[in-house]
Design a protein around this ligand. Sequence first.
Ligand SMILES: [Zn+2]
Length: 116
Amino acid sequence: MPPRPKGDTHVNSIICTTCGVSQFCARPDQGFACSHCDSLIYPRELNVDGGEVWAVDSTGTLGKVIDPAVSCEAMTEAWESWLAADSDLTARAALQALLAAALDLRVALRAGLSFS
Ligand SMILES: [Zn+2]
């Protein structure tokens, strides 16, 4: 997944492979339609990378987010790195990793995913 600007709360949109132009929007039948060429895709057809899951944002746009469990694990690792940091530089890097993972988690939670 490409890096997002800090504070971005949107899913990483999935672009239609048929036309390469537009995103998919939710339909009433639980499928998604390309808003440019009307190609259809259903959740069972989605192929997401390890560590990612599909999600739909508040506008109905289909996308991918980091799995909340992965973000929580990354936050734990960053926190442990911060506790063990032996310099300001490594402490700062740990906090940046913690922030990045927290922002990923926020995107997933805003898309309605949960974690335990
Ligand atoms: Zn299309």
